[in-house]
Design a binder for this molecule. Structure first.
Ligand SMILES: [Fe+2]
Ligand SMILES: [Fe+2]
Length: 361
């Protein structure tokens, strides 16, 4: 068996889960949008070993030029260009392997949740679709593992992502599972993969992210179509419970009051590569104008939660005034009073998510 962590695989780890496996005795199409999505997913299957050229070496130069620091385009600054080429490569390699490792671990979580959904959802159409997603997620684990193997280092899962996946795996309510996976986690994945896909000029990475993101666009589509059909049938109390579950999932990713953020972990990697994060931070602060101009050129980056997850929750009717106030409190506490309310965020998602993946902004 290929080995991505030759000497230091952590031991397998269990999370206790309990939910009802549900038989559906109606085999006729019931939610047409899901049948269509299932048919679409069958058409769009791909084979990672055949479709991507794994013989290709990673193009180090374009790889080190195109990574970003949590959406901040550091590579366009004088500070970054002034670092020795070897240091730039080390920072890029470690930072990108952190991101990609978390993509990989997240894909494993998605694989297990998609398999749970096959059993947990009460509609045949939704079981069929979740079965195709299970296969998609296996392929995603396969391709990220293969790419990281070429980079030569895999990082452990970030604590916030692990906690999110544990919550989604453990809940016994299929609607919470669906919102936690198909809306919050898939939204995070789709936005982040697309962001990296459009930022990188490394050919193999760009190609694999294009394939993976197209699948993720369908997975998000499943969440939107399924939950949009189900949410209007729920009682107020049930809907509030699902809103709160989605909020807690998002909070795992955003709220630094709960401990180390992803960005803290990335700065630690800079230190390992020989760059003092505090010096880097101070130097980058001096170049704020360059960074702002670059971000304005690319349309700015709103981040996966504001840029995608919140609009999705709004679109499916899971953003009441009550829960919006909880988001506002969290964003203000983390990003300052000037942060505008969630009410002002867009409600509309791109019509064709697969096409959106390959649009530049
Ligand atoms: Fe995936
Ligand atoms: Fe997915």
């Amino acid at each position: 068996m290929p080995d991505i962590l030759p000497d230091r695989h952590p031991a397998p780890e269990g999370v206790h889960t309990a939910f009802d496996a549900v038989y559906s005795w109606n085999y006729e199409p019931e939610i047409d949008a899901l049948r269509t999505l299932y048919a679409n997913a069958l058409e769009r299957q791909w084979i990672a070993l055949k479709q991507l050229d794994w013989e290709r070496e990673i193009d180090r130069e374009s790889f080190s030029r195109t990574f970003s620091l949590g959406g901040v385009p550091v590579q366009e600054t004088r500070f970054w260009r002034g670092l020795p080429a070897e240091t730039r490569w080390e920072v890029a390699r470690r930072s990108a392997s952190f991101m990609l490792s978390n993509f990989l671990h997240g894909e494993q979580g998605a694989l297990m949740v998609a398999a749970q959904l096959v059993a947990a959802v009460p509609h045949t159409d939704a079981k069929f679709y979740a079965a195709t997603q299970t296969l998609d997620e296996a392929r995603h684990v396969e391709v990220f593992a293969a790419y990281i193997r070429k980079l030569g280092c895999v990082q452990p899962i970030a604590p916030s992502l692990k906690a999110l996946l544990d919550d989604v795996l453990a809940t016994d309510d299929w609607k919470k599972k669906a919102v936690g996976m198909q809306v919050v986690t898939e939204g995070l994945a789709l936005y982040s993969f697309r962001d990296m896909r459009n930022a990188t000029e490394e050919p193999l990475l760009r190609e694999l992210l294009t394939y993976v993101s197209r699948d993720e666009a369908r997975h998000t589509g499943y969440g939107v179509k399924y939950l949009s059909a189900v949410v209007p049938t729920l009682s107020d109390a049930e809907r509030a419970g699902i809103e709160d579950f989605a909020f807690e999932a998002a909070r795992r990713l955003v709220d630094s009051r709960r401990g180390g953020t992803m960005r803290d972990s990335v700065f630690e990697l800079w230190r390992e590569a020989g760059v003092d994060p505090q010096v880097a931070f101070a130097e980058l602060a001096k170049e704020r104008a360059t960074i702002a101009a670059s971000m304005a050129r690319t349309g700015g980056r709103r981040g996966p939660i504001r840029g995608f997850v919140i609009p999705t929750l709004k679109a499916i009717g899971l953003m009441s005034e009550r829960v919006a106030a909880r988001y506002d409190e969290m964003f203000r506490a983390n990003f300052g009073e000037a942060f505008r309310p969630v009410r002002d965020d867009p409600t509309a998602l791109p019509d064709d998510l697969e096409a959106w993946v390959e649009r530049a902004s």
